[in-house]
Design a protein around this ligand. Sequence first.
Ligand SMILES: *Cc1c(COP(=O)(O)O)cnc(C)c1O
Length: 492
Amino acid sequence: MNNKLYGSLIFELSQPGRRAYSLPHDQFPHYALPEDEQRTTDTVLPECDEMTVVRHYTNHSGNNFGVLNGFYPLGSCTMKYNPPVNEEIANMPAFANLHPLQPDDTTQGALAVEYHLRQALAALTGMADFTLNPCAGAHGELTGLMIIRAYHEQRGDTARRKVIVPDSAHGTNPASAAVCGLEVVEVKSNAQGRVDVDDLKPLLGPDVAAMMMTNPNTLGLFENEIPEIARLVHDCGALMYYDGANLNPMLGVCRPGDMGFDVMHVNLHKTFSTPHGGGGPGSGPVGVRKGLEQFLPRPIVVKEGDRYRLEDPVGRGQVNRPMINVGAWTGNFGIQLRAYAFILSLGREHIKDVGPLATLNANYVKERLKDDYELPISGPCMHEFVFNGLRDKSTGVTTLDVAKRLLDYGFHAPTIYFPLLFHEAMMIEPTENESRDTLDRFIDVMHRIADEARTNPDVVKQAPHNTPITRVDDVLAARHPVLKYCPTHSER
Ligand SMILES: *Cc1c(COP(=O)(O)O)cnc(C)c1O
């Protein structure tokens, strides 16, 4: 505690002349850089002794909030518990030290993991096959859209340049379509928070390549008109893309492949547990229905008798198909291992408990908080739901303020200001792992914050008060970002 206080008083730790390393002198040959590549001024770097550096980073690491520190109800991004056994397996030297160029007969175990993971994903989703190549959800979306584009192009149907994306979609959906060189067309949600089929109909035509859908959508609602939507989309010659970033409520209960989706991705790091955040690590396998397997990236693991091997990049005799490849080799193997361990640890009999438990937890929190928080779309939700801020907005306390105040009580904030359908969106996903005690504590705190917002709004508006860094100035940070070391004694 004192350490923290002291640390915050002395922000600049650098002292001229201090060093945090000791290298042998004159042991290395000296090479002179060409004149024009030499610096003319010294770099400005912090100068600290070794203990100061080590303590600086160690203390910072303690300021992280993770799912192992406390409740982390981040809707859509799914911060679920990552069992340590997954880490142990992923860190086994026999896996961790593998090299992709090793001969197949020395990597049979790893190849088997990839092969069986693909089979497990296919069984869980109703797709014919998967590629493990993409390294994130957005990366998977791009891959899936490249597959769809290749499918149309191979049939000579080159006029299909539009992708229909619901207004509730995750931001990566339109971004991936744009990166793929396709045009994004937005379809509206109806008053029940689902895709508006009447708004969709006039958008469909011979220029549409695909429709992207998330189900349950980002409001945590099951899209119950998918059979009709899939029929309309297929009738116009386009394909159905399923954003399965968060497959939690579906596991073992229902399958996108049975609903008429042609191509999809799964976020292994959200659905099948892997510590993620801050941009990685991730894995976004892409599945395709029967008939589209030829477009999957290569190499891919094949099984012959009881042997596994990486198939020749040309693959399956399809010499004329376009090559799609978005990552190195077969993707992010460490994440695949964790996902496979997670799937096997639950097994066929328990994986189907994930969805109902996640759904029960979300509905429990929603029903107990809707007296204080505005629930824009009532009725049962799936694994997550969205409030539109406090019901009583008269004191000016916003969703941002509530999120900051939660930190004071030791809870991570939910996802805020997404989806964009409501001004004060607050998206809560408890996940299947939380006990009723934890949920009750969260509910108590949320009620207490609503109470504070009525009786002492300033305490909420100025939160957080107990964190190492209090309310940051978002506007200043965005206008004048300080992205590199900037010693206090020099010019900014
Ligand atoms: C997280 C998420 C994505 C993007 O996944 P990344 O791994 O972050 O690229 C896409 N769609 C939905 C619905 C998501 O929740």
